[in-house]
Write a protein that binds this ligand. Sequence first.
Ligand SMILES: *Cc1c(COP(=O)(O)O)cnc(C)c1O
Length: 405
Amino acid sequence: MRKNEEYGVDWNWHDANGLDRVVNVSGTMTSLGGSVTSARVAEATAAVMPRFVKMHDLQARASETIAKLTGAEAGFLTASASAGITLAIAGCLTGLDPAKVEALPLEPGPDNGVAVQMGHLCEYGAPVAQAVALAGGKLHIVGQSTLTRDYQLEAALEGACAALYVVSHHVVDYGMMPLDRFVEICHAKGVPVIVDAASEYDLAGMLAKGADIAIYSGHKFLSGPTSGIVAGRRDLVRAAYLQNIGIGRGMKIGKESIAGAIAAMQQWLERDHAAVRAEETRALEMWQAACALPGITALPLPDPTDNPLERLRVFVDPVVAGASAAQFAVAFGRLDPPIVVRGHEVEKGYFDLDPCNLTPGQAELVRDALPQVLSTPAEAAKIDQRAALSDTRNGGTQSYLDWLA
Ligand SMILES: *Cc1c(COP(=O)(O)O)cnc(C)c1O
């Protein structure tokens, strides 16, 4: 493998600040700083920093851009998608009554139920159930882990102010009610539907299927600064926005992130999606060729929720390859620079490589690291398999416990 310097990756910032270099082929991860933004987005962020601006006007601009992107009547930006879920539910509880806003989360009123399918109660770095509770919502859990029936949702809507639907690779992918049917049942009972679509590229589809609010992350596929987009029915968006005088205060978004997120949304509307996809495909093909090794089978696979994106799935036969998928995933993370692979499902005998958000030179660096690690399994084989598997479940929390310890 070539020396680090020879790939042309710009590590100046990391080196100057004494922070570890890192190559991210795991997707957009909060633990790695979300996504990398373009110069255009960075400049939009910087341009507003030395100025005052009327924030309601800036949010009204955001609303116009969100409307263009999603087909919504209105929208606003907050700190994150997670904040967006909480604020949207709070808005359903309070409407435009500021006294009710100030009473949250302790006094949400009697009809504070929030219907959610059991198979949608995922964790995205924190439990989605807690985003509901933060608003003062009370979960009305619908169905069982892998099956939801219509009458179960109907029953759960008694005393509910909202229903929450999650579209994500994090949720159970069969036996769940389709969104259009979910909306139909909720609307028949007059209950609005909030969709958490944080990392879905389909910006218009949720509202087109009848959802009242759709929520997206600004820092995932949109490659904006850390932010959350709340889009949908004007009355509900306004009620959610009003939470900024209440529980939303701790979820405040700054002018710089609003300006950057608007630029990121405009960039998304204008960008050459086919060219981006072609560049990602080039990386996948290069990596797949580099994985032609004993015990390794690499296949490009479509995204599980139909985002227009493929990842390379690297299947590992531990007997032939000399180490397991879990052990290799850890070994990639110990390289210099560390390569973080997508290892959520290593217990099934594979890891994935995600080509989004690569910076120049990184695809080649990963290409050369693949045979280096996968064809010399002795180091990886020393990694404790049970500890590696335990770490994929517990590591996220442990890293917080270890901080400054
Ligand atoms: C990432 C994600 C979130 C959280 O998004 P943030 O903007 O980081 O708060 C919520 N729900 C789903 C399904 C996600 O994938």
